[in-house]
Design a protein around this ligand. Sequence first.
Ligand code: NAD
Length: 425
Amino acid sequence: MNTMLTAALNQIKDTSLILAKDYEDGKTFKKAIDTILKPQKVIDGKISIKGKDGKKKTFQAFRIQHNDARGPFKGGIRFHQNVSRDEVQALSTLMSLKCAVAGIPYGGAKGGVIVDPTKLTKGELKDLSSAYAKLITPYIGPWKDVPAPDVNTDGQIMSWMLETYEKKIGQQAPATFTGKPLELGGSLGRTEATGQGGVFVLDEYLKQRVKGKRSKMKVTIAVQGFGNVGFYFAKIAKELGFKVVAVSDSSTGIYNPKGLDIEAIAKFKESGKSLKEQSLKGGSKFITNSELLELPVTVLVPAALENAITISNAKKVNAKCVFEMANGPTTSEADQILFKRGIDVIPDILANSGGVTVSYFEWVQNLNGYYWTKERVNDELKKTITKAFLDIDTIKKAKKISYRHAANYISIKRIVDAMILRGRV
Ligand code: NAD
């Protein structure tokens, strides 16, 4: 079994031990937990396209629907050569937990195709997207399952999939996919939503933990990863007055204890170059990604890959808080080490839930045929994600558990309660 799936299932099993005390009917509770350990439906099949060279190309594809007790399934579609059934199942399970903790009315799902999209022409990518949409058409829809972009998929791919789906069902149904371009019913604010949501949570966390003793400029932040999530997180955190002292991409890290000019770094990256090629000034220096993880900062933000903080570097983390903007950046062993060392870990299912929350707003706008301003999107995001954090904070304090356990406690309880109400268990 792959490590991410093992970790996701262990999180559910561990949390069920704390949660069991809340349920008088132990048999029903156990049945609910056993159900959540497995997906409700696995769609897998081969999809084929005619390659540019005229030859048939076939790919393995998946859509895994984990649990829809709280609402339609929701989750991205990933095009990557390393996609596996286990990975898609793990991600679908985490989506159920993420939607439940964010308090948005969805269950979890995930899709994937085993393909290296960089080896396809644009035409082949369009045909692959269309073939995948045909495979999943019977199982998706605004009130069934709502896919979205994930690794190597984007608004263009959602547009091709939407077109294929709508042709098949013979009507418009924009609420079937989120992450669409604005022209086809996408939401304002979606591009920066994950980073923006993370900063709303960080601000609230610091208010709770630091209680105004510390000015914002004294809060130092190091961000690993400078893609969609890392860039917007760093940019918005800096705009709010926090001091971002380090960022990195896969080529290198840049550190300046006096604070970095995030916009200037972003401008440089936009020219298609890596951070390593940047000429440094004003006391900035290059550091490795491992050095970034060990910096003495207030908040360390892994925003790149899974398994960034492991048993081998968790003891060297020098931050007061690890803020998980990537999915699964801390292994279970590292998580225990950080907890024992008194380092708070704000878990991924809360920290990066801004993305799926604004996807939910996109769906709401599509269903209403009425579109919001960016200010409204951000106001609603702030309200939703701050409430999610405060719910977790309350449980953490009451039960004296970690933020991760508190987040899992809330999400699993919400799913179990929905299953019991429906009489599924
Ligand atoms: P992205 O591809 O836009 O950016 C990834 C960044 O990580 C790039 O800057 C890349 O150079 C850097 N990187 C890659 N390998 C690295 C390494 N070894 N060390 C340091 N940096 C490295 O991806 P993204 O959309 O920003 O997603 C980042 C993470 O956030 C992923 O775990 C993703 O699953 C998660 N996430 C993304 C969203 C979203 O809305 N995009 C939502 C929730 C979670």
